[in-house]
Design a protein around this ligand. Sequence first.
Ligand code: GAF
Length: 396
Amino acid sequence: STVTADDARASDTARASDTARLFERIFGAEPTGVWAAPGRVNLIGEHTDYNDGFVMPLALPHTTTVAAAPREDGVLALYSADLPGPVAVLPLEDLTPGAVPGWTGYPAGVLWALRDAGHEVGGASLCVASTVPTGAGLSSSAALEVASAMALCELYGAVPDGQRLARIAQRAENAFVGVPCGIMDQMASACCTAGHVLHLDTRDMAVRQVPFDMAAEGLRLLVVDTRVKHDLADGGYAERRAGCEAGAEALGVPSLRSVPRDGLEDALARLTDPGVRALVRHVVTENERVARVVGLLEAGRARDIGPVLTEGHTSLRDDFGVSCPELDLVVGTAVAAGALGARMTGGGFGGSAIVLAEADAVGELGERVVAASAAAGHPQPRVFEAVPSTGARRVL
Ligand code: GAF
């Protein structure tokens, strides 16, 4: 059940040429280029990005690859190597928010967002292939959006930086697909660099690449995809977000970012709704956990971040209410079996957890987590290693 990062990494270029060949077969001509953008896990800083707070994701070696060429007939044509179906043919004038269903809504939303932002982007053919697990909380949507955005921009001579790409991708998801996500996943996919975690201040969008060379320290980071996604994921996310906004309003601040850690007790005393109070406590303490993790990493003390990660999980479980039995079992089992730390990662209600461990312990930890899940009657999790990888790039 434990696969190494090499399985997923298996040569960027080889995968890009496969996608280019498929493009040729489907569209009868060579693509202009091939672009790739990764999925992510978040090390710490959860449900903080829509509160102007701090996040710290790293890119996975798993990517979505997009082979693309411009078209002159006013159409966006989309083909997926992973999902059965004919080429989706979408006239540009039909691209309106909410009108394009399924996976095609993401690239269509990107094209719409680019045009809406005044970029002169026309029709295109896109052939998409991905190794990012879907529905696993690993940002397969952001990978698809960012790879499509980069492809469409470069086809039409625009050269936006990573942050602009991420904003276009987020707008596609918020306004076109209709998911009220923050900016973390798109920034991770667009701006991460190999060997680093991306420290992002979502208020002023300042970015710091923090070295995270686990192999050199004898550490490994496992991703455990529980393969469950609970129904309340979408509604639950929007509800938490609204609760945070209600908290900020009750406290008279522009966002929960403005509540400092040492002002937390005062703030909590001023809130009457216990649900809102718990949300506020999570966000404020989570921002402080990000600060602790950056400090430890910069001091060369990567091992010591473990307990901070586990603390973050407890806060997401008890205060923010976005964990679930499958994630709790993975985290609890890993920590009891000697992991340095573990937590759910991403939005929650299913999806994936991360486990930080000594290199020589990961094999057994993976097995214990799988065995515990089986004993509890949960689906068999998929376990693999997260190696901090490169953000969006042109491959061919
Ligand atoms: C999801 C969202 F897309 C992100 O913006 C972020 O809010 C995350 O949940 C929680 O930290 O991945």
